[in-house]
Design a protein around this ligand. Structure first.
Ligand code: NAP
Length: 247
């Protein structure tokens, strides 16, 4: 029996875990950070919560006799990806990386590309007054010094602590979102700029087309450049490679 640890938190990670769990000779463990209150889960062993840094993950891999690790976390889960690289290097356990293809900028649209949420805050300061922050709750403090901007904040869950933005409205919603729904949201709240990560995937892409059609400025926080090992962008290809490696 080969035990495989899947670092999850994405739709594709759930699909990967489901496929792996159905294979004979595989014991799939699906790992979550534990941030989402009612996550979608595959039918396999689930573990929740951080490992305790690189050392904690290294210990976990050894103690649980993990044969391979699949990092299928979100493209912006940079820390977990780095820890997986380091711990699998130390333990000499094969690491496979899944990365959703990024969204592409349409030829007739001009996205403002920035590297960080702080850069996005600098871009919108003084230029926009009603901004849709669609990128979750993690980076909101980067915008907390902008008292003249009203923010629409969307995340899957309600925040545990008050949102530290001077003027805002929060909506809790889980994708997939439709273009019609996103257009309605942008119009209702009179949004003049959208700040988003380049998450990729179909579930949350509709906001980009809706914003483009309404000529709303689109500020994209580009993906972190963390491409080790070379990522797979399709679940099937990754699973084939895992099977070949484990023999
Ligand atoms: P992160 O900054 O890369 O990770 C922070 C810490 O959270 C890690 O060092 C680790 O703690 C723990 N962690 C993260 N992913 C984990 C997993 N799958 N299993 C166990 N522990 C995990 O991660 P993040 O950006 O906060 O994302 C957290 C989770 O939400 C991930 O599963 C990710 O796939 C998902 N997610 C993230 C985003 C996003 O925009 N960042 C969007 C959608 C979903 P220890 O150091 O203690 O091991």
């Amino acid at each position: 029996m080969s035990r495989i640890l899947i670092l999850g938190g994405t739709t594709e990670a759930v699909a990967l875990a489901k496929d792996l769990a159905a294979k004979p000779g595989i014991d799939a463990i699906y790992s979550l950070a534990g941030r989402t209150r009612a996550p979608t889960l595959p039918d396999c062993t689930i573990r929740t919560g951080g490992f305790g840094g690189i050392n904690g993950l290294t210990r976990y891999l050894k103690e649980n006799h993990i044969a391979a690790v699949i990092d299928a976390t979100h493209p912006y889960a940079e820390q977990m990806a780095g820890h997986a690289q380091a711990a699998t290097k130390v333990t000499e356990i094969p690491l496979f990386k899944f990365l959703r293809p990024a969204w592409r900028e349409p030829a007739d649209t001009s996205w403002h590309h920035v590297a960080t949420a702080a850069d996005a805050a600098r871009i919108i300061d003084g230029k926009f007054s009603r901004v849709f922050l669609s990128s979750g709750l993690k980076d909101l403090t980067a915008f907390s010094h902008l008292p003249d901007i009203w923010f629409l904040v969307r995340s899957v869950d309600m925040p545990d602590t008050p949102i530290a933005l001077p003027q805002h409205h929060h909506v809790a919603a889980r994708g997939p979102f439709t273009e019609e729904g996103e257009t309605d949201l942008l119009r209702t709240w009179q949004i003049d700029a959208l700040v988003t990560k380049n998450s990729g995937g179909a579930a949350t892409a509709a906001k980009l087309e809706a914003a483009r059609a309404l000529a709303i400025a689109i500020i994209v926080i580009d993906r972190p450049a963390n491409l080790e090992p070379t990522p797979y962008t399709d679940v099937k290809g990754l699973l084939e490679s895992v099977s070949q490696t484990l023999g």
